[in-house]
Design a protein around this ligand. Sequence first.
Ligand code: HEC
Length: 97
Amino acid sequence: MKRPTLVLLAGVVALLAGCTDTPSVNKGDPLRGETVHKVCLDCHGTELYASPQRKIKTLKSLRSEVARWGDYYSPAFTAQDDEDVVAYLNSAFYKFR
Ligand code: HEC
C-alpha cells in the first residue's frame, strides 16, 4: 500500500511544480539584468541608451529590441533574461512607465 501512494504523491508534486514555473516569467530583476546585459557590451556601451538620439521611445519597443538582440546570441536569451535586461535598461536609462 505504501509505494503507490508515494508514486502518486511524487506525480502530484511534479505536476504542481510544472504548473507554477513553466509558463510564467517572473517580473524583471534589474540586478540580474545588469549581469546578463554584460555580453551586449561587445558592440556598444550604455551611452546609446542615454543618448538624445536614441530610437527606442516606448517600453513596448524596448522589449522587442531586447528580444531581437537576445536572439542574436547562441544560446539565445531566455524569456527571463529578456525580462531582466528590460528591467535593468528601463530602470537605469529609459525610465518608461
Ligand atoms: C552585433 C553588435 C550588437 C550586439 C551584440 C548588440 N547590439 Fe544593441 N545595437 C547595435 C547597433 C549597431 C545598434 C544601433 C542601430 C540599431 O538601432 O539597430 C544597437 C541598438 C540597440 C538598442 C537601441 C538603442 C536606442 O534607444 O536607440 C538597444 C536597446 C540595444 N541595442 C540593446 C542591446 C541588447 C540588450 C543587447 C544584448 C542582448 C545588444 N543590444 C547587443 C549593435 C549590437
